[in-house]
Design a binder for this molecule. Structure first.
Ligand code: NAP
Length: 494
């Protein structure tokens, strides 16, 4: 049976996968397949459609630098605009013809003799490619909470990440579990239509005021006609976000005052909307700002000032067919249960598929046996011609686009060199990988993860060993610069 062969296979048709595809095309690789288990382009912005979904990073920064969108309706636009932007990028860069939807990749193995990746698709098909790129994202496996009795619940269960158009809690006696970034966006929207809404909070979140504003059509026309004007705004949002990440998270040792100020601004945000001191206390985290994903909202705290919205902090003992019982034995009747319980980052992800490299090295097992690690957040020794975009130490800044764009630069330099040398296989050296890991470790010494009070934050940014290896603890600007000058000798090219 003949096996279809590609220059590159990219798993994931989100912004990460599209960025890589655009870069590979610029390098002359045309025969590329972009595989996605969903039925359309956009990754998380195609999948997530719960009420209140907005991007919580300014749109000027949350977009490709090389593809500005003058038509954002506001600084923090709703999710469907991101989906529209993804569609625009796919069409403009002619990526659709490379995309195959409803295609679930189950695993991939490096074939040493053929110097190719073999990629197994659910259903039995196998494809092969010179290069394999996993652009599957960090937040792609919805997590179902392991609450006793949840399967016996007879009402409706809606997971935020599986929300369908038309799903609603209108007129319902609803409960929501989860107060992370998703819960913070969803709760005010549910509160608008539910008869009763009980919020089951396990760990509170720092919620900062959101400095948001609309772009009237005259401004959009200005951005379209004079892109420089939008670039000026982008300069502010890029640098504002970058400096905030740098000082509040990576240089926490020297700038604790910034975290203190952020926590106070969250408390002030509470104070404006909530008169009840005890309620404010319950909504206030006891861990430092920066340990866990902070959120922004001008409506979250306000939602709790409504009579039909209740905060429950006792902890859930069990779910019964018609309600939820807390640890103190109280039961609330519920007919709709909304789960904003996030994503599994550490078990079924990293990697999202089984990847077997040289000499049978299994990526997931190797990471778990030897610590999570990836050189420049992209390549792993023992895995030739393989790049992974949502990998350890990859995530720089809160905007995913920062990560995508520095990785594009890395790919440009790496594959460009491979082509210049007429080589076909690259592999990062063990030495370079170890050096990079040590460097990340050292940088983390100054971070809020190591020095802050993070106990009790239950942050998914930490794994079970207490390590926080998702982020590259540098500014986005530095990550970008480093891709122009990483030593090419860090790779073996053959
Ligand atoms: P999350 O931050 O992991 O929050 C999950 C929530 O569910 C937490 O409050 C968690 O409580 C709670 N939870 C989970 N299992 C539970 C259980 N068994 N019992 C009680 N509570 C339980 O997930 P998320 O809110 O979906 O956000 C994930 C990430 O997606 C964010 O960090 C962000 O990166 C991204 N995101 C971005 C946007 C945006 O830009 N627009 C919007 C939403 C999400 P604990 O904290 O106690 O574990």
């Amino acid at each position: 049976m003949s096996v279809e062969q590609f220059d590159a296979i990219i798993i994931g048709a989100g912004f990460g996968g599209m960025g890589v595809a655009i870069q590979l095309k610029q390098l002359g690789l045309e025969n590329v397949a972009i595989l996605d288990r969903e039925d359309d382009v956009g990754g998380t912005w195609h999948v997530n459609r719960y009420p209140g979904l907005t991007v919580d990073v300014p749109s000027t920064t949350y977009s490709y630098r090389f593809e500005p969108n003058p038509y954002w309706s506001r600084l923090f636009p709703p999710g469907h605009e991101l989906k529209r932007y993804a569609t625009h990028v796919a069409d403009k860069y002619d990526l659709r013809r490379s995309m195959r939807f409803n295609t679930t990749v189950e695993g991939a193995q490096w074939d040493e003799d053929a110097r190719l990746w073999r990629v197994n698709i659910a259903g039995g098909e196998t494809l092969s490619a010179q290069f394999l790129v996993a652009a599957t994202g960090f937040l792609c496996q919805p997590r179902m909470p392991d609450i006793p009795g949840i399967d016996s619940f007879e009402g409706r269960v809606l997971h935020a990440a599986q929300w369908q158009d038309g799903d609603s809690v209108e007129g319902r006696r609803a409960a929501i579990v989860g107060t992370g970034s998703t819960g913070v966006q969803l709760i005010p929207e549910l509160a608008k239509v539910a008869d009763e809404l009980t919020v089951y909070q396990r760990t509170p979140t720092w919620v900062l005021p959101k400095f948001d504003f609309g772009f009237p059509s005259v401004v959009q026309r200005l951005f379209a006609k004079r892109p420089r004007s939008q670039r000026i705004l982008r300069w502010f949002t890029d640098n504002g976000m970058d400096v905030m990440m740098l000082v509040a998270m990576w240089k926490y040792r020297y700038f604790k005052i910034v975290n203190w100020s952020a926590m106070n601004s969250s408390k002030f945000n509470q104070f404006i909307w909530i008169r009840d001191r005890e309620l404010r206390r319950k909504l206030t985290p006891d861990y430092d700002y920066g340990c866990k994903r902070p959120t922004v909202s001008n409506t979250y705290y306000r939602a709790f000032s409504r009579r039909h919205v209740h905060l429950e902090t006792e902890g859930i003992d069990r779910v019964e067919p018609d309600g939820i019982v807390t640890r103190d034995g109280r039961k609330r009747l519920v007919d709709t249960l909304v789960l904003a319980t996030g994503f599994d980052v550490w078990e079924s992800n990293l990697p999202a598929i089984e990847v077997i490299g040289r000499d049978g090295r299994n990526l997931g097992k190797w990471w778990r046996d030897n610590r999570f690690q990836a050189y420049e957040g992209l390549s792993v020794p023992g895995f030739p011609n393989f790049l992974t975009s949502a990998s350890p130490y990859a995530w720089v800044g809160l905007s995913w686009f920062n990560t995508v764009e520095y990785q594009m630069r890395h790919i440009e330099r790496l594959i460009g060199e491979l082509q210049r040398r007429d080589a076909t296989v690259f592999e990062v050296t063990e030495a370079a990988n170890t050096r990079f890991l040590e460097q990340m470790d050292e940088l983390l010494e100054d971070s809020v993860f190591r020095l802050g009070q993070c106990t009790g934050s239950r942050s998914y940014w930490f794994n079970h060993s207490g390590d926080a290896p998702l982020f590259r603890p540098t500014s986005a600007r530095r990550a970008m610069k480093e891709q122009e000058r990483f030593p090419l000798s860090d790779y073996e090219l053959a």
